[in-house]
Design a protein around this ligand. Structure first.
Ligand code: FRU
Length: 501
């Protein structure tokens, strides 16, 4: 397949009817299909969208281009869950089928309002001479998952002084009405977040630019997202082109956060933003979307994939996944991230690590499992995750002497994104115990360090299913346990063909 403007933006109905079933069958054969992470039935998945709790269940949508492993004509795919762990595929939900979203139904968010879900998203349009136009659009979803798009845009264009790179509305409700934070770019190519207000969800007025620190903006801000934790505002966002002088980061584009003391949306003012921090210290997290659940918890889902990077599954015509759902908490101004409690229910059989000659091995694993490991002060061990033949391995080094965790995907067998470095490292306090919870799901890892103080997430591609784990090094007084995970109960996410409604 040659991917060019024409093939990427071919209307869905012009593809042969056999195309999606063929691609889905090819993806199902892949040794890199995950068991618990949300992945596309075919084609490319990117940002999580419209994460919400509505009508007694969790709703999550994601950006998808079902026809290939490239960024083409995007839709929203819909999945639902009762427990935040097992997801059911509900099919394509928002398709690019109006003059306002003809070149992609881009990222957005959702809020339950009365007995419906209100969705706000960006319609991407390209004119005949391929100029971009961006519309902020609205739609209502009822309890039967029927979606009705509003016939006119909520916001027809960016205000004067901003380019048409204007997208990804984050809808917020407060006592005064509704606000939307929208990713933007000034005509001088500086990233910005615009704040809009509406009393009735119909008429929207621009309140100005959020006072994001000047060195935290890059040339374009994507996916601004606000969540409240213990009454404190936390802003997640993706400043493309952020200067390395602000924060050294290795991924092509970073996903960052700022915690502030207060936020006055009417005045678009953040008070005393703390230091800009990278959300995930691994290789592949982007476009994270967080919400406050009805019980107040802050829950987040990330896209595990990055723009403009080729991944090994591209050869199989599919790409990327979403993270597990993470709960965000704050302690002493620091953001902690941990998998939601329901993830513990995936555990089946436990194996204690038994060290002999400074090495413990657990074999005959089946692709998805987790390791809980405690490394006492001044000890250093390396964890290897390998296939049966040990033809490649992912290495995690926990150094409780210098206070570092390092993840190395150099020896996995199927390298990619080498230009951005094949190792990632987090710095902790030297000479202190380090605890990790390393989750493996076939071709993705999520490594939670010191109860979620840091997280390192990434894809890795062995030549066969990960089935062996070993821990070696200076293992005196090191303790740990491996939990096998049950098979997924999700009927749809992996097995159904993409349903085009
Ligand atoms: C981020 C992003 C968003 C956009 C969407 C398009 O990954 O570029 O800014 O809405 O993806 O799929």
């Amino acid at each position: 397949m040659i991917w060019n403007r024409k093939t990427r933006y071919t209307p869905y109905e012009q593809w042969p009817a056999t195309k999606l079933p063929q691609l889905a069958a090819q993806a199902r054969q892949s040794k890199w299909r995950m068991q618990h992470h949300i992945q596309p039935t075919s084609g490319l998945l990117n940002d999580p969208n419209g994460f919400s709790y509505f009508d007694g269940q969790w709703h999550l949508f994601y950006q998808v281009f079902p026809f290939g492993p490239v960024h083409g004509l995007k839709s929203w795919q819909h999945v639902t869950s009762k427990n935040l762990v097992d997801w059911h595929d509900e099919g394509l939900a928002i398709r690019p089928d109006t003059p306002y979203d003809s070149h992609g139904a881009y990222t957005g968010t959702a809020l339950p309002i009365d007995d419906q879900l209100f969705i706000m998203y960006t319609g991407n349009v390209r004119t005949a001479d391929w100029q971009r136009e961006s519309y902020q659009l609205g739609a209502w979803m009822d309890t039967d998952n029927h979606i009705k798009k509003l016939s006119r845009p909520l916001i027809a264009h960016a205000p004067a002084g901003y380019t048409s790179s204007f997208r990804d509305p984050d809808l917020i409700r407060n006592d005064h009405g509704y606000y939307a934070l929208i990713g933007a770019q000034t005509t001088t190519e500086i990233g910005a977040i615009l704040v809009y207000f509406s009393k009735d969800l119909t008429t929207w007025t621009c309140q100005g630019e959020l006072n994001v620190p000047a060195n935290a903006r890059g040339y374009m801000i994507e996916c601004p997202n606000l969540v409240w934790i213990d009454q404190q505002p936390v802003l997640l966002f993706c400043p493309q082109g952020l200067s390395q002088a602000t924060i050294p980061y290795q991924n092509i584009y970073p996903n960052m956060y700022l915690v502030a003391d207060q936020l006055n949306l009417a005045q678009a003012q953040f008070t005393e933003p703390h230091a800009l921090t990278q959300l995930d210290d691994g290789f592949d997290v982007y476009a994270t979307q967080a919400i406050n659940a009805p019980d107040g918890r802050a829950l987040a889902v990330s896209w595990i994939g990055l723009p403009e990077i080729s991944y090994p599954t591209d050869r199989e015509n599919w790409a990327h996944c979403l993270s597990l759902v993470k709960e965000l908490t704050l302690k002493d101004g620091h953001l902690y991230q941990n998998p939601v409690a329901a993830v513990d229910d995936l555990r089946t059989t436990a194996h204690d690590l038994v060290f002999e000659q400074q090495r413990a091995t657990v074999a005959a694993l089946n692709g998805s499992f987790e390791l809980l490991l405690t490394v006492p002060a001044d000890k250093t061990v390396t964890v290897n995750i390998a296939d049966q033949q040990e033809s490649g391995q992912l290495q995690v080094t926990v150094d409780a002497n210098h206070g570092q965790v390092m993840i190395d995907r150099r020896h996995t067998g199927n390298s990619f994104a080498e230009d951005y470095g094949q190792t990632r490292q987090v710095e902790l306090t030297a000479h202190k115990t380090i605890k990790i919870r390393l989750i493996i799901d076939v071709s993705v890892f999520e490594c939670y360090i010191d109860n979620g103080y840091s997280v390192m997430t990434g894809r890795f591609f062995l030549n066969a299913t990960p089935s062996r784990l070993n821990v070696q090094g200076d293992t005196t007084a090191v303790t740990g346990k491996v939990w096998e995970w049950r098979q997924s109960e999700h009927t749809g996410v992996d097995n159904n063909e993409t349903k085009i409604k």
